[in-house]
Ligand binder design. Structure first.
Ligand code: FER
Length: 258
């Protein structure tokens, strides 16, 4: 089903607004036993973040050409989220922007499609679950149950969100994929037990632009979810494999979670 309400944004949703409270984006470094080094991530804390309150956490993943700066540089999540907070449309959450290429040289340089680099996007499952999440939960004032943890991403990060979110239902109750890439597992592998997945997830979001050459990935996933009655939100929107679709994904998904 296509939902028109999920394809329109409030005017100026991604424009810096004067006179509102702002969150903060900082760079963190965390020890990764998975990779064997110290890795970078960005963390957005919302306006008024205070250790006397407990926050939910959204892990927001980048694409094949990106790193921990990609969302920040191109997607301006801090502006989108600050505006939503000013309009009282978000639950208290922090947003973590990791580097999803879990290898020693995790820069998006050289052949970004090289097999070892693609493999590193799969290795990230261990880094996320065993290294990054424990670091965030030890260093921020956050809720640590699955109901307060969400995973979403664009393209390769959308594939990761489906692969890792649906494979770890004990850890995530909210999963979103924007323009999921061909790293997305076949639907039968993503959801071997439709009843179990259906019961576990609060929101399962798929969106993609109608001009995106990778849309077959979302189409096949959506078709399987529909056939097997796995509740999900499917948003086919006007657009290509590009930022307007991904920013809308964040804007819409963030308002649905927690
Ligand atoms: C592919 C085409 C695109 C692929 C990945 C991508 C793993 C990723 C695109 C992106 O992250 O924007 O064949 O294979």
């Amino acid at each position: 089903m296509n939902h028109q309400k999920y394809t329109t944004q409030a005017a100026g949703y991604d424009q810096e607004r004067e006179g509102i409270e702002r969150g903060k984006i900082t760079m963190i470094e965390y020890p990764s036993a998975t990779v064997g080094n110290t890795r970078k991530a960005r963390v957005y804390t919302p306006p008024g973040y205070s250790s006397t309150e407990k926050y939910s956490v959204l892990y927001l993943l980048h694409g094949i050409g990106g790193d921990e700066d990609e969302w920040y540089t191109h997607g301006t999540p801090q502006i989108i989220l600050d505006n939503l907070y000013a309009d009282h449309k978000l639950k208290p959450m922090i947003v973590v922007l990791p580097n999803g290429r879990a290898m020693l040289n995790d820069r998006a340089e050289g052949d970004i499609f090289a097999p070892d680099k693609l493999e590193a996007f799969a290795t990230f499952e261990s880094d996320l679950l065993n290294d990054l999440i424990p670091y965030i939960e030890a260093n921020y004032s956050v809720l640590t149950d699955r109901g307060h943890r969400a995973l979403a991403g664009l393209s390769m990060g959308g594939g990761q969100s489906l692969n890792m979110g649906l494979n770890n239902l004990d850890r995530f109750a909210w999963v979103g994929a924007f323009s999921a890439a061909p790293n997305t597992k076949e639907p039968e592998l993503l959801v071997p037990d439709p009843q179990k997945t259906s019961a576990a997830l609060n929101v399962l979001w798929l969106s993609c632009g109608d001009l995106d050459s990778l849309k077959y990935v979302s189409d096949r996933t959506h078709a399987y979810f529909s056939e097997h009655k796995v509740p999900h939100i499917w948003v086919e929107e006007q657009g290509d494999h590009d930022w307007p679709v991904w920013k809308n994904g964040l804007y819409q998904f963030a308002q649905l979670i927690f």
